[in-house]
Design a protein around this ligand. Sequence first.
Ligand SMILES: CC(C)(COP(=O)(O)OP(=O)(O)OC[C@H]1O[C@@H](n2cnc3c(N)ncnc32)[C@H](O)[C@@H]1OP(=O)(O)O)[C@@H](O)C(=O)NCCC(=O)NCCS
Length: 197
Amino acid sequence: MTGAAPPPAGLSDPGHGLRLRAWGDEDAAALAAAWAVPDVRGASRAPADRSPEAAARWIAGAGTRAATGLAVDLAVCALDGDEPWGEVGVVRRRLRAPAEGGGPTREQVVWEVGWWVLPDRRGRGVATAAVRLLGTWAGPALGIGAWVARIAPDHVASQRVAAGAGLTRRGRFDAEHELWAGPLPPGPPPGGAPGRV
Ligand SMILES: CC(C)(COP(=O)(O)OP(=O)(O)OC[C@H]1O[C@@H](n2cnc3c(N)ncnc32)[C@H](O)[C@@H]1OP(=O)(O)O)[C@@H](O)C(=O)NCCC(=O)NCCS
């Protein structure tokens, strides 16, 4: 990714009734509330300060993170609503990971995918559909062919999300995580090609 990748607009999966959109100023309170949920906080790149003001600053930085090729973080919403249900995102990291196409593990720059869904929206296929939707866009838009995820060995729900998005377990990453990796889901997005913000 060379940067200057704007978050998509109109990136939707009508079959699962959801869409992805950029975080906006109006989401600061909702994002701060989500960061207060312990397992969401553990799965997000939230700052130490979890106040609505900090959430507003984090949201304000999203455009720069995308434009400089560092990360793209998108809110998951209903097809016909703006209320955030969760988040999916990709971040560029230097990690020990298998080479694309399956080579030996070595330190390299990889794209890591992450996800969280608010507790009252879980168990309905939201995370799996949203990660797949992100992938159909991120492959061509960001020019990436593969991504990785770090998942705890006992986190069955996330393992199912990863498997549903085409990732496979590659082995132990560190004391708390296993590394999953795979190709991005093939496009186009179920709702058609997205526009731009
Ligand atoms: C992990 C998480 C994103 C799953 O969200 P979700 O929208 O409920 O996931 P889905 O509905 O798409 O379910 C995906 C799969 O996990 C299974 N699953 C969901 N919750 C589960 C649970 N508590 N225990 C076991 N399996 C579960 C589903 O049955 C489904 O399995 P299938 O693909 O075989 O049908 C959500 O629990 C969450 O946000 N957790 C906290 C944040 C987090 O841990 N993020 C990931 C860090 S690696």
